[in-house]
Design a protein around this ligand. Structure first.
Ligand SMILES: [Mn+2]
Length: 347
């Protein structure tokens, strides 16, 4: 149980990040604070959110609707009565910290414990994420016919977003990336008015937020006949992804090793050194969370974790290719969740 684990390190845990609020209580509204103690758990918010939080009725929490002053006094009182206070160091601001704490107060960071808890998904969480990824598959299929010369990156982005919502997404899981031709060489390109031309690649990276959980998906298609160089880059990225997935299918569980296998595949090709980011990341309430698949990762991948495998090749001034799948490990077996084809697709 999360509260037992959290209260091992401290006698009062204060949760302030929307993602952890949602994970622990099932409700995240702006301006809420969760306080977990051995004596009881409190959900602090203000009257603006009273109806919403009451309707969701987070179990195991005493709901306190307070003014800003009452909330401050309540937190101060909890802090005074605890020897060690757990905080999400990666979320609180110095201003917030200074309004409740002095140098004498002993605090510990609970970010890592929450990340460890959140990276193991329950059966229910995995089901929701599978549904979130099927929304993305459907939106992709619905958008493919719109990819024609003349359409702008922004217009294609808008169509993708509309198709996500039409297929059940509450909203997008992150800012949708649509990049044509040379813009695709920027892994986090921002959609522009750039119009699609024959000979451009089309990189689309997008995700759905569904029942509070994210999905993540990338495909790169091509407008008109691709060059030999593009085809080679595409096959290299696909092989890199395939090799990493095969390693996991065969029971490999080192996140570092999975990254290395994909990276070496690209580095053995003419595209050496052009895979400039990490292989993947966990996906859950947040789009980027533990585990981390990178050159520096010490993560050992486990049952019931959900994460991406997304190698890429980026050639400045020319094009970029990224293929991203969402995978999970269940009962010791790897499952690729997205269903859309990965063979080179020409529009
Ligand atoms: Mn991703």
């Amino acid at each position: 149980m999360y509260s037992d684990l959290l209260l091992k390190e401290c006698d009062c845990a204060i949760i302030t990040s929307p993602a952890s609020l949602y994970y622990v209580s099932g409700v995240d509204v702006a301006d809420a604070v969760l306080i977990l103690t051995k004596r009881g758990n409190y959900y602090l918010t203000n009257s603006l959110y009273e109806v919403a939080v009451k309707a969701a009725s987070p179990s195991g929490f005493e709901l306190l609707i307070q003014t800003r002053e009452e909330q401050s006094a309540f937190i101060k009182n909890q802090v005074e009565n605890a020897a060690v206070i757990g905080l999400e160091y990666d979320h609180i601001t110095l201003a917030w910290f200074n309004s409740f704490f002095t140098k004498q107060d002993k605090t510990v960071d609970i970010t890592g414990t929450l990340a460890e808890l959140r990276k193991i998904k329950s059966c229910e969480e995995r089901e929701i994420i599978k549904q979130a990824e099927s929304i993305v598959d459907a939106a992709f299929q619905a958008t493919l016919p719109l990819i024609k010369p003349g359409i702008s990156e922004k217009a294609l982005r808008d169509a993708l977003v509309a198709n996500l919502v039409a297929n059940g997404a509450e909203r997008t899981a992150f800012d949708t990336i649509v990049a044509f031709g040379e813009n695709a060489a920027m892994p986090h390109a921002v959609p522009s008015e750039r119009a699609l031309r024959e000979g451009d690649c089309v990189l689309m990276d997008f995700g759905a937020k569904y029942k509070g959980y994210c999905s993540d998906f990338t495909r790169t298609v091509h407008c008109g006949n691709p060059s030999q160089k593009f085809c080679e880059a595409y096959q290299t990225v696909l092989t890199a992804q395939h090799n990493a997935i095969e390693y996991l299918e065969k029971g490999g569980r080192s996140a570092f090793e999975a990254d290395k296998i994909a990276r070496e595949t690209i580095d053995r090709s003419p595209f050496r050194g052009t895979f400039t980011h990490t292989l993947g990341h966990g996906v859950g309430i947040e789009i980027h969370e533990a585990p981390w698949l990178s050159r520096r990762s010490k993560d050992v991948l486990c049952d019931n974790e959900v994460f991406t495998i997304e190698p890429g090749v980026y050639l400045e001034g020319e094009f970029g290719v990224r293929i991203e799948s969402l995978v999970m490990i269940e009962n010791g077996k790897l499952t690729v969740i997205d269903r859309s084809d990965k063979e080179i697709y020409i529009v």
